[in-house]
Ligand binder design. Structure first.
Ligand SMILES: [Ca+2]
Ligand SMILES: [Ca+2]
Ligand SMILES: [Ca+2]
Ligand SMILES: [Ca+2]
Length: 381
């Protein structure tokens, strides 16, 4: 039996949680698992029923469905509904496609080569609106207003065609717009305004070439290719922030093949300069930038798949990051998202566990520490 050296917390539902501190390493046991379907692959957070409590959507690649979890304000969920998608959904994005003020969804169905659009009814439920075919190998998608008409458009990476396609929103229906070659096996697309002109730009990570490609938005739905930056093998999630507080957008990318997060500083033109590296555990995947400490500086949180760790790096005003003791999850955490799920003013985390085909919720202490919510909080009505 493993040696336990610290606190035991007995929750009201009778489950035993342990938080173990061994040589700068924290270990979590017994967190709640909310089922998502097999092979969950990504996560998006939004308030689908406008009650001020963040809700969650997770696509399950092996079950052709997307699961929507409605937050109960205690770190658990009041409802768990799933909706059918095309084969192999690996991404979900949230926006208000039809402009009715209610959040909608889209899944990128990698296996089917399609997208599935859902319209939200504002109560947390969704209606399937459209399946958009002939998007070869969609791996991820980002909502952005590319032509500045006030309607969110969609940028989709097509892994099989080595390109990014812009889908123009025409009042809730979509039409194929501009496409851009970005190099073999593009995997991730993220929007940011890198050159501070008020027009969203795109950052695309490619798996075969291990590059970040930058596309600068012109504001009419088209983009200018602004160059590439090498980022190490298998770039997954890109996180955004202004690390050095110079008013220009910086970014971080997690490179699964390097066991590292790479930091880049933007110069305000779209060019990126490598400014640092943070070592991680084996096979890092999920990454988010958020201010967990509440000091106004962005922090980084990364999950690792092979080594089952959660690592928090606290940022300062000079663009440097300090690693906190690693939290051992003993799970393959493929994605994560922050949110104040219990509304106590401190950011919490939703983890997507590929080990348990579930979402695991952790309560933030406002200082970069995370521990399971009490199991009783997870009960559904
Ligand atoms: Ca909500
Ligand atoms: Ca809507
Ligand atoms: Ca821009
Ligand atoms: Ca909280």
């Amino acid at each position: 039996m493993r040696r336990l050296s610290s606190a035991f917390l007995l929750c009201s539902a009778g489950l035993l949680f342990t938080v173990i501190s061994v040589s700068g390493l924290q270990q979590l046991e017994g967190p709640n698992h909310e089922p998502t379907g097999r092979v969950p692959h990504a996560i998006a957070v939004g308030d689908f029923n406008s009650d001020g409590i963040p809700d969650i959507a997770v696509p399950a690649a092996a079950e052709r469905k997307v699961t929507v979890l409605i937050g109960n304000g205690k770190g658990g969920f009041a409802a768990n509904h799933s909706y059918p998608t095309g084969m192999g959904p690996s991404w979900v994005e949230i926006s208000d496609w039809n402009g009715d003020g209610k959040l909608d969804l889209v899944t990128a169905n990698t296996g089917a080569g399609s997208l599935t659009f859902y319209l939200g009814d504002g109560s947390g439920k969704f209606t399937r609106a459209e399946d958009f075919p002939d998007i070869h190998g969609p791996a991820s998608a980002a909502a952005l207003d590319a032509n500045r008409d006030g309607k969110p458009d969609l940028a989709v990476v097509q892994a099989r065609d080595s390109r990014v396609v812009i889908l123009e929103n025409q009042g809730g229906r979509f039409k194929v717009g501009a496409t851009y070659d970005v190099g073999r096996a593009p995997h991730i697309v993220t929007k940011a305004d890198l050159n501070a002109d008020g027009i969203p730009d795109l950052i695309v990570g490619t798996f075969a070439r291990h590059m970040l490609a930058v596309l600068l938005g012109k504001g009419d739905g088209t983009f200018t290719k602004a160059g590439e930056t090498p980022v190490g093998r298998f770039p997954h999630y890109v996180a955004l922030g202004d690390w050095n507080r110079d008013g220009r957008q910086d970014l971080a990318v997690v490179s699964a093949g390097e066991d590292a997060i790479f930091l880049f500083e933007g110069d305000g033109t779209g060019a990126l300069r490598k400014s640092g590296m943070l070592p991680t555990g084996a096979n890092p995947h999920g990454l988010t930038a958020t201010d967990v400490y509440g000091d106004g500086f962005a922090d980084l949180i990364v999950s690792t798949r092979s080594s089952g760790e959660l690592a928090v790096f606290l940022g300062d005003d000079k663009g440097t990051f300090r690693a906190l003791p690693v939290i051992k999850t003993n799970q393959d955490i493929i994605a994560l998202a922050p949110g104040d799920f219990d509304r106590d003013g401190k950011l919490d985390l939703a983890l997507v566990s590929a080990s348990y085909n579930s979402v695991v919720m952790l309560r933030g202490d406002g200082k970069g520490g995370f521990a399971p919510f009490p199991a009783a909080n997870a009960q559904k009505m």
